[in-house]
Design a binder for this molecule. Sequence first.
Ligand code: AMP
Length: 213
Amino acid sequence: MIVVLLGPPGSGKGTQAKRLSAEYRWPQLSTGDMLRSAIAKGSQVGIEAKAVMDQGRLVPDEVVIRLIAERSQDSDCKGGFILDGFPRNESQAAALDTMLGKQGRQVDCAVLFDISDQDLVSRLSGRRTCVKCGAMYHLEFAKPKQLNTCDSCGSALIQRDDDQPQVIKKRLEVYHQQTEPVVGYYTRQSKLKTVDAREETDRVAAAVHRALK
Ligand code: AMP
């Protein structure tokens, strides 16, 4: 099954993608994670993407489309995969359909994580990520046992550069302008399901399960 997780930054797509991935063995294809890994490696793609990401804007379509086109052909994606953070605009959604069509495949379901901007700002500004294993915490809702230290691997927790208040504002603006039309795109294809993303993680997970059935 090919599933698209759609929703604003901080709506919980990454957390739910990891859960689904562990359960169904569908890899999580997160363009944000791929770009952050390119930045960490210091590759040309990473260097160019960092400046754009730090401003909360979208990196060029051709960059992310290429990342997904390559990764989706790996053998572990044969049984399906979960798209997290892609597509981010209608042209990426159309490019995805074309790409999958050539492989005789299609998106089976798009799940929208519904939540207000107000809830997101408090979520994103308290978010902390492990520098090493990528585990996610929240200063208020999912505290690590020891301040600024990852429970799983003991490494340091950091705040993403793009989770700073000014950048959060810009990312939400970009979401409303460019990504929201993707909701209409999948609605027209009768593939859209909506879950209430304000709920706590287990309840959202249950709602995602129902959506995929
Ligand atoms: P995320 O981790 O999904 O919130 O993505 C972090 C940042 O990476 C975004 O604010 C964009 O700058 C960039 N990015 C991630 N996915 C895409 C995409 N599909 N298209 C363009 N830019 C993206």
